[in-house]
Design a protein around this ligand. Structure first.
Ligand code: 5AD
Ligand code: SF4
Length: 473
């Protein structure tokens, strides 16, 4: 019996046990027991939340839209920047009085934030009404923790908290129940963790070392997703370009993509995130010749200044990044390149901002997420001299944002008038006569349509570019 098989059988037993308790409580209350999952952060967390939801529904919990009314509230947290931490504390703050009235409500916190020691202590001490705390490494163990919290004798005061935080893990547990947010598209984890230790970033400390999944497990997951009606997959990892390192099999990310390409039923393949230092010519060639890989690459630059890139431990220079981006543009027709930028990193000068603006001009990004540097304790950048005052960072941020927006509008306008394939995702929230979908290059299009189009890929004429999205017909 493999470790994974044992793990899953055990978790199935716990799901059954939790299911019996949830059923008894429903009978007692004369209504369904309900849950609400709130997700902060990246695509990885969104995927993890689909697993949490899958487990809760397998235990008999029913979705409740209003957080404060649910019987089981769980926050899947992020800690990449301080505002992500503050979002959690805001939500917890709003539950203080509700929890006083409804002591049977169970509040759980999981994800990245509690894997950071001081944050764990803060949740435990300042929000002592929280019932359950665990992290990303032991998410697969949620059914057992759920049974533990549901069967506690002490549900109030000291000693009521169930918490298990692992320092790290080298394991990957397969086959956790999942409830997808969309029927026609899905994230697929291909690796976990990060080994890069960019000087500003907390991820390697909370998500642990890089671990790739066996390609056979990934392919069989995507095959069953395709059989279940999924047409678009997003391959997820902090640094997908180093996929395969450490596995017994000899496989690169480009080779994995080639295998995914062969899966019948899958029409679009996306991936996130690429580190520029590991992006191979092999990957560019595979993308250039692929019918299914979307014409979009997210390639975080962080800064255009070689001096800051060195301090950030990014392992490329301004010139190397530009050369790589232009090579991608040259070899892959119609590719959209988007990026992440950090403003206000320690030691940043006006010249460094000029370098960033220069790269934006030369690469002509189709889009960029721009962040003000946030000090993460325990990272090398947190103790660097020359921290940038907030007002200075805000002014620089506004300049860079302006440039980025102007550039992405110019880039988007180039497609006006063309007829391109759109994967329809939703009914438009403002106008129910419109549907909303995505182009291969990741831009959004709104056009007249009805719910029967959701999940289908249709040709749409892009009649008007509105900057970051199109109106089509
Ligand atoms: N401050 C600001 N932005 C950060 N990022 C990561 N860590 C920090 C930080 N401490 C940004 C990077 C990364 C994105 C996911 O978040 O740009 O690419
Ligand atoms: Fe953080 Fe750098 Fe790893 Fe991305 S590559 S998760 S920025 S350490």
């Amino acid at each position: 019996m493999t470790d994974n098989y044992k793990e899953i059988t055990e978790q199935d037993d716990y799901i059954e046990q939790a299911g019996r308790i949830v059923r008894d409580r429903s009978i007692e209350a004369g209504r369904d027991m309900t849950y609400h999952v709130t997700t902060f952060g990246c695509q990885m967390n969104a995927r993890d939340s689909e697993k949490l939801t899958g487990i809760l529904e397998a235990c008999g919990y029913v979705y409740e839209e209003e957080e404060s009314l649910a019987d089981f509230v769980i926050y899947n947290t992020c800690t990449i920047r301080d505002n992500a931490d503050q979002k959690l504390y805001g939500h917890l703050g709003s539950l203080v009085n509700i929890k006083k009235r409804r002591s049977d409500m169970i509040i759980a916190v999981c994800g990245c934030l509690p894997q950071e020691k001081s944050a764990f202590e803060k949740i435990k001490n300042s929000y002592s009404f929280v019932d359950l705390i665990f992290g990303t490494h032991n998410l697969f163990d949620f059914p057992r923790l759920l049974v533990k919290v549901l069967t506690r004798e002490n549900t109030k005061g000291k000693g009521h908290l169930v918490s298990e935080i692992w320092d790290g893990t080298d394991r990957i547990v397969e086959d956790i129940p999942v409830k997808r947010n969309y029927s026609f598209k899905s994230g697929v984890n291909i690796m976990f963790g990060c080994n890069n230790f960019c000087s500003y970033c907390i991820v390697p400390y909370v998500r642990g070392r890089e671990r790739s999944r066996e390609s056979a497990d990934i392919i069989s997951e995507i095959r069953s997703l395709a059989a279940d009606g999924v047409v678009e997959v997003m391959l997820l990892g902090q640094n997908v370009n180093s996929y395969g390192k450490g596995l017994d099999e000899n496989i690169s990310f480009a080779q994995l993509l080639k295998q995914v390409e062969k899966i019948e039923g899958i029409k679009r393949i996306r991936f996130m995130t690429s580190h520029p230092k590991d992006l191979s010519d092999e990957l560019i060639d595979v993308m250039a010749s692929s019918e299914k890989i979307c014409k979009h690459i997210h390639l975080p630059l962080q800064s255009g200044s070689t001096k800051l890139l060195r301090s950030m431990n990014r392992q490329y220079t301004k010139e190397q990044y530009i050369e790589l981006a232009l090579k991608i543009r040259e070899k892959i027709t119609d590719i959209a390149i988007t990026t992440d930028l950090i403003i206000g990193y320690p030691g940043e000068s006006e010249d460094d901002i000029e370098d960033t603006l220069d790269v934006i001009e030369k690469v002509r990004f189709d889009g960029a997420f721009t962040f003000i540097y946030s000090k993460r304790s325990g990272t090398p950048a947190a103790s660097m001299p020359d921290q940038i005052p907030e007002e200075v960072a805000k002014k620089r941020f506004a300049r860079v944002l302006d440039k980025v927006q102007q550039m992405s509008c110019e880039m988007a306008a180039k497609n006006e008038g063309r007829v391109l394939d759109v994967l329809v995702e939703d009914i438009n929230r403002q106008d129910p006569g419109l549907v909303t979908g995505r182009l291969s290059n990741n831009l959004t299009v709104h056009f007249p349509g009805d719910p029967s189009l959701i999940g289908r890929i249709v040709p749409v004429k892009l009649t008007e570019c509105k900057g970051f999205y199109y109106i089509g017909e």
